[in-house]
Design a binder for this molecule. Structure first.
Ligand code: GH3
Ligand code: MG
Ligand code: MG
Length: 366
């Protein structure tokens, strides 16, 4: 590791990794450039919280990368690459918040790099700013056609680079916040139906590819209409929030998803989980909600808020425990099990078991 003075008061730029030493000579290397010193004061038009921001600087001329690095080192974590290929690799390892890229580089040009970023669903929203010595209008137009967010002329002026980068970071932060909000249920804070549908689809595809089981719990609050009628809708809303928090608190694995499926129904999607594991969790859901002890006089015999849960599992090759692996089949099976739980007296879980031989009997619960 070697440490270079950055030229900014109270800060330094650390080059880490084996290729730090020949930094000025070897092209095509990707070397993390990490700001480790005290954060310099940045003239700010508006407050910008920066500690976790990640910037990727790409130019086949190491001198330009260093100049840009010095200008931007106070904004967050800097990484740099001397080729489009290495930049793409770094971006795929961990998506940056903004990229500055040279238009003309040997191998992969800035235009190709930008087009590949835009074609990758994980990276498409990352703003790419071109930095180029080419002054023709056609180059600028081509950059925007490739998906560029902005275009800066070389030699880059520090003030211009800073305001342009800050603008893109601010726009990205707003867009990220909107994207997140669009996927969260406003009342309970868990994933909303739209997010659940996306997750269900992608988890079905993954379970099919990896030949893993995928389980689903459908969770429905018992006699919730009566709860609203008796205690009022604001109390009903509060109750749904408490139930959602209790259900969310039971998942331990990052891959498990809790969502508000609609109204007073929640769904829990459990990848790589078989029917017995899912049933175990369903029993804990039933117990956890009852343990909240939310009074509900209209729900005999317990007189507290309870839930019923339908459990189903799917697998590429259906068997006695797993239904066919499709979103529709899994939801249909969990729904069927939920109705069985309601019919059997509520405050319990029931599992869906497909018929052993393919038949039109529609499965059974128990
Ligand atoms: P069951 O035990 O069979 O599930 O009976 P239930 O009363 O829970 O079922 P039903 O489908 O008849 O009623 C669901 C109720 O959930 C009706 C609806 O007003 C209420 N509900 C749905 N969304 C919300 C919400 O966001 N807030 C409140 N307070 N109530 C809601
Ligand atoms: Mg319902
Ligand atoms: Mg209900």
């Amino acid at each position: 590791m070697m440490v270079l003075p950055s030229g900014l008061p109270g800060s330094e730029v650390t080059l880490s990794g084996d290729s730090a030493a020949p930094f000025a000579r070897r092209r095509g290397d990707a070397v993390p450039l990490i700001h480790t010193g005290a954060t310099p004061t940045i003239p700010a038009a508006a407050p910008l919280v920066v500690p976790t921001l990640s910037l990727l600087l790409v130019d086949d001329d190491p001198g330009i990368v260093q100049v840009l690095g010095r200008m931007l080192c106070g904004l967050g974590h800097l990484r740099f690459a001397l080729s489009g290929h290495d930049a793409l690799r770094l971006a795929r390892e961990s998506a940056p918040d903004v990229v500055l890229v040279d238009a003309d580089m040997p191998g992969m040009s800035g235009f190709e790099f930008c087009a590949l970023m835009k074609a990758d669903p994980q990276l498409a929203e990352v703003p790419v700013i071109f930095v180029s010595s080419r002054g023709e209008v056609e180059t600028e137009v081509a950059a925007f056609a490739a998906g560029a967010a902005d275009f800066i002329r070389k030699p880059p002026a520090a003030e211009v680079v800073m305001v342009r980068v800050r603008t893109q970071l601010r726009l990205k932060a707003m867009a990220d916040a909107l994207r997140r909000a669009a996927l969260v249920d406003g009342l309970t804070g868990v994933a909303n139906r739209r997010r659940f549908d996306e997750q269900l689809q992608s988890e079905c595809e993954r379970a099919m590819r990896d030949d893993e089981p995928l389980s689903l719990l459908m969770i429905d609050v018992d006699h919730f209409k009566r709860y609203n009628d008796r205690y009022g809708h604001p109390a009903g809303d509060l109750c749904l929030q408490q139930v959602a928090t209790a259900v969310q608190g039971l998942v331990r694995r990052p891959a498990d998803h809790v969502a508000r499926y609609g109204g007073e129904e929640f769904a829990m999607l459990l990848p790589q989980t078989d029917l017995s594991g899912a049933t175990h969790l369903a029993e804990r859901v039933v117990a956890a909600v009852e343990a909240l002890c939310i009074p509900h006089e209209g729900s005999p015999p317990r007189r507290v808020v309870t839930v019923s849960v339908g459990v189903a599992s799917a697998r590429r090759t259906p068997d006695a425990h797993h239904t066919a692996l499709s979103a529709e089949a899994l939801i249909g099976a969990a729904d069927q099990a939920l109705y069985a739980a309601k019919a059997a007296g509520r405050c319990q879980c029931q599992t869906y078991r497909p018929p052993i031989a393919a038949s039109d009997s529609g499965g059974s619960t128990g």
